[in-house]
Design a protein. Structure first.
Length: 148
C-alpha cells in the first residue's frame, strides 16, 4: 500500500511540475467554427505525418488562410507539432514551442475542437498557437507541399 501511494504521489508531482499533459491528436478530430458548426477537412484538419518519412509522431495542421474561412477556397497553409523533432529543422519556419505564451495582440480564430482552441498573431504567420487548458503550443509553419 505504501509503495502504491508513493507511486501516485510521484506521478502527481511529475504532472504538476510539467504542467498539463499533452492531449492526443487524432486524424478524425472534428473542428468547429465559433458558431459550433463542424468544418470540412479542406478548411481545417489535423493528421499525423507520413510513416514512410518517419514523421508519424508529428501532427500536421492543414489550414485555410486566413483562418476563420468556411468554404475551403482560401490559400492552404501547413503548420506542424513536432515535439520529437523528427522533421528537418530547415523545413520549418521556426522551432516548435511546446510551452509557449500567446504573443501580445494574439486573437482567437474561433476554430476549435473539443480540446483545442486555435489562436494567431496578426503581425506574423510563422506560428499558429494551439491552446488547451492553461497550455499554449506554438506550431511553426512549413511548406504545404512538404514531403520527404
Amino acid at each position: 500500500m505504501i509503495r502504491r501511494v508513493g507511486l501516485w504521489v510521484v506521478s502527481a508531482l511529475i504532472v504538476a511540475s510539467c504542467g498539463v499533459p499533452a492531449v492526443t491528436i487524432t486524424e478524425d478530430m472534428p473542428w468547429f467554427d465559433e458558431d459550433g458548426t463542424q468544418l470540412p477537412p479542406d478548411v481545417v484538419s489535423v493528421g499525423p505525418g507520413p510513416a514512410r518519412c518517419g514523421w508519424q509522431s508529428a501532427a500536421f495542421l492543414r489550414l485555410e488562410w486566413p483562418p476563420g474561412g468556411t468554404d475551403g477556397a482560401g490559400e492552404v497553409r501547413l503548420y506542424v507539432r513536432d515535439p520529437d523533432e523528427v522533421l528537418p529543422t530547415e523545413r520549418l519556419e521556426a522551432p516548435y514551442g511546446s510551452f509557449a505564451a500567446l504573443p501580445k495582440g494574439a486573437r482567437y480564430t474561433g476554430l476549435r475542437t473539443e480540446a483545442f482552441q486555435l489562436w494567431v498573431a496578426d503581425d506574423s504567420d510563422i506560428y499558429v498557437y494551439v491552446v488547451y487548458g492553461p497550455r499554449v503550443e506554438a506550431w511553426p509553419r512549413t511548406d504545404p507541399d512538404l514531403d520527404c
